[in-house]
Design a protein around this ligand. Structure first.
Ligand SMILES: N[C@@H](CCC(=O)N[C@@H](CS)C(=O)NCC(=O)O)C(=O)O
Length: 207
C-alpha cells in the first residue's frame, strides 16, 4: 500500500489526498510536518532532502512535490480524464498546474502568513497590501478563464488542474481580506462540491 507522509492540514498534502480519492487508490497517511514529526528527522530527509511534505512512497519509488505526485497518481491509474495523453490537451492542464505552483502561490504567501497564520515575520503593511493585490489580480485571471470555459480550468472536463486550483480558490475565498466579487470562482467551487473528497479535503474549514 502507498504511504503518504504529511499532515492533513497542509494544502499541498490535501491536493494529494484529493487526487488519491479521485483515482481510488489505497494509502496510509502519516503525520509529518510542523506540529507533528519533524521533517528534519534523518528518516524524513532520506526521502526528501527538501524537508517538505507531502512525500509519496510507492514500493521502492519515492516522490515529492505535490503537483508531481498528483500527475504520478493519474498516470499510474491511467486516468487520462485527469491528465490527458494528447499533447496539447495535456499541456493545457499542466500549464494551469504550473501557474498555480508558481505565480499564484507566490502571490498569496505573504498575505496568508500575515492574515491567517498571524506570523510576526509578515506584518509589513506595504508588503501585505502588495500581496493581497497580486493575489486578487491572479484570482481575477482565474475568474476570466472560468468564465471562458463555463466549467473547469482546462475546459469542459474535470482534471488535475481543478484539484490544485480548487484548493487555491477555496483558500482565497476563506481568507478574511478585501476581495473583489468573482462570480465564476464562486460558481466553480459550487461545481466542485459534489466531487468525492471535496468536503473532506478541500472545503473542510481549513483555508
Ligand atoms: N512545492 C512543495 C511545497 C510543499 C510545502 O510548502 N509544504 C509545507 C506544508 S504546506 C511544509 O512541508 N512545511 C514544512 C513543515 O510542515 O514541516 C509542494 O508543492 O509539494
Amino acid at each position: 500500500m502507498m504511504r503518504l507522509l504529511g499532515k492533513a492540514e497542509s494544502i499541498n498534502v490535501r491536493k494529494v489526498l484529493w487526487a488519491l480519492t479521485e483515482v481510488g487508490a489505497a494509502y496510509v497517511r502519516e503525520d509529518w510536518g510542523v506540529g507533528y514529526r519533524s521533517t528534519s528527522e534523518p528518516e524524513f530527509l532520506a526521502l526528501n532532502a527538501n524537508a517538505m511534505v507531502p512525500v509519496l512512497v510507492d514500493g521502492d519509488f519515492v516522490l515529492w512535490e505535490s503537483n508531481s505526485i498528483c500527475r504520478y497518481l493519474a498516470n499510474r491509474a491511467a486516468r487520462t480524464d485527469l491528465l490527458p495523453a494528447q499533447a496539447r490537451a495535456r499541456a493545457d492542464v499542466e500549464k494551469w498546474m504550473d501557474w498555480q505552483a508558481t505565480e499564484l502561490n507566490y502571490s498569496w504567501r505573504y498575505a496568508f502568513m500575515a492574515i491567517v497564520r498571524h506570523s510576526e515575520a509578515h506584518q509589513d503593511s506595504q508588503l501585505l497590501e502588495a500581496s493581497i493585490k497580486s493575489w486578487n489580480n491572479n484570482m481575477q485571471l482565474l475568474n476570466q478563464r472560468l468564465d471562458q470555459t463555463g466549467a473547469y480550468v482546462a475546459g469542459a472536463g474535470f482534471t488535475l488542474a481543478d484539484i490544485v486550483l480548487g484548493l487555491s480558490a477555496y483558500r482565497w475565498q476563506q481568507t478574511p481580506m478585501v476581495r473583489p466579487s468573482l462570480p465564476a470562482v464562486d460558481a466553480y467551487l459550487t461545481r466542485l462540491k459534489p466531487r468525492q473528497g471535496f468536503d473532506e479535503f478541500v472545503a473542510n474549514g481549513m483555508p
